[in-house]
Design a protein around this ligand. Structure first.
Ligand code: FO1
Length: 322
């Protein structure tokens, strides 16, 4: 990444690609740092599934609840202070309870079901839900067409939540597929959010499970490649470990070193800036050799201040002196 003159102005539009808990934290840092309307989040929908007749969009809900400040503080997903009386009653009927749906969380799925059945798109449903929760950033599902991540494991093909939650991401993964990706299109809103942004940030999400589905949609990689200079990735790997989830385990199962360098190599065609954690500072020269501008910073986000620090470092890596 060529050194760019720092711009004293602040970016008017920042687009974050996100999925999962780490993705929500990365988006929240930008949301807290910049004027709230600056942010658009393009969210993975590959984890979505229908559960007991309800359409569940875990990553959209995790980002939405986090930006609304109502997410469960330890888990990152679900709602703070939620109860599970409905789930308990479902259990008494012998219904599955491995996917824990809280009583307040159920309202989101019930309403999404109701509005989708009345013909609204997932994009329209998401917009109504986030506005009702007072979230001023735009939240965009990556597509309004169904895409379902399927994990090919030693024990056969598993739908994503079956692998991730029910089996605790324990089965050994051979490959990951995105069912429906051939027919799916990014929404027009997603494509214009990529074109209009002054900065595009890959939140510290799982590259294979959370961001690859977005990158697999037609037109997305080309747009990012054209703007590689303004695209910055925050490493989801710290000291060879994922902060949360199976990213490092997947790398090992794919025969790759579990490191931030593997992440940088994964994105090298489309990302020009990389946020590397201080614990991995020794990797900086190898990542710079990928023609990436590297910022070494503490990327572990455990507080609102941490999130803002990481967001500021990402924007500075793209040349914005926020
Ligand atoms: N993750 C779990 O590990 N266990 C659960 O019971 C669980 C329930 C759940 C309910 C709603 C929701 O939006 C997310 C939920 N998640 C749960 C997290 C979810 O599986 C993951 O956050 C994403 O799919 C991948 O990051």
């Amino acid at each position: 990444m060529k050194p760019r003159p720092p711009s004293p102005a602040w970016p008017r539009q920042v687009t974050v690609l996100a999925g999962g808990v780490g993705g929500a934290k990365g988006a929240d840092g930008v949301y807290r740092l910049l004027p709230p309307h600056t942010l658009t989040v393009i969210v993975n929908t590959g984890d979505d599934f229908e559960h007991m007749g309800l359409p569940i969009s875990p990553d959209l809900d995790t980002v939405m609840y986090t930006l609304a400040g109502i997410q469960h503080p330890e888990q990152g997903w679900g709602l703070a202070g939620d109860t599970f009386h409905a789930l308990e009653m479902l259990g008494r009927y012998g219904a599955p309870t491995w996917f824990r749906l809280g009583d307040k969380d159920l309202a989101t799925h019930i309403l999404r079901r109701h509005w989708l059945d009345r013909g609204m798109t997932l994009t329209q449903v998401t917009d109504r839900l986030r506005r009702a929760l007072g979230v001023q950033a735009r939240l965009l599902p990556m597509s309004d067409d169904p895409v379902r991540t399927v994990v090919m494991t030693d024990e056969g093909e598993l739908p994503f939540q079956e692998y991730f939650v029910h089996r605790g991401a324990r089965p050994r993964v051979r490959a990951i597929r995105f069912r429906g990706i051939e027919m799916a299109r990014p929404t027009p809103e997603v494509l214009s959010a990529l074109d209009a942004a002054q900065v595009i940030i890959f939140a510290p999400s799982n590259p294979y499970l959370s961001l690859d589905p977005i990158l697999a949609l037609p037109g997305v990689r080309e747009r990012l490649r054209r703007r590689r200079e303004q695209v910055v990735a925050i490493s989801p790997i710290i000291g060879g470990q994922a902060v949360k989830g199976p990213a490092a385990k997947l790398m090992q199962e794919f025969g790759l070193p579990a490191s931030a360098l593997t992440v940088a190599r994964h994105y090298r065609e489309i990302v020009g800036g990389f946020l590397l954690d201080t614990r991995d500072a020794a990797l900086a020269p190898e990542i710079e050799a990928l023609d990436m501008r590297v910022t070494v910073v503490d990327t572990w986000m455990r507080s609102p201040e941490d999130k803002v620090r990481v967001a500021r470092a990402a924007l500075r890596t793209a040349g914005w002196m926020v």
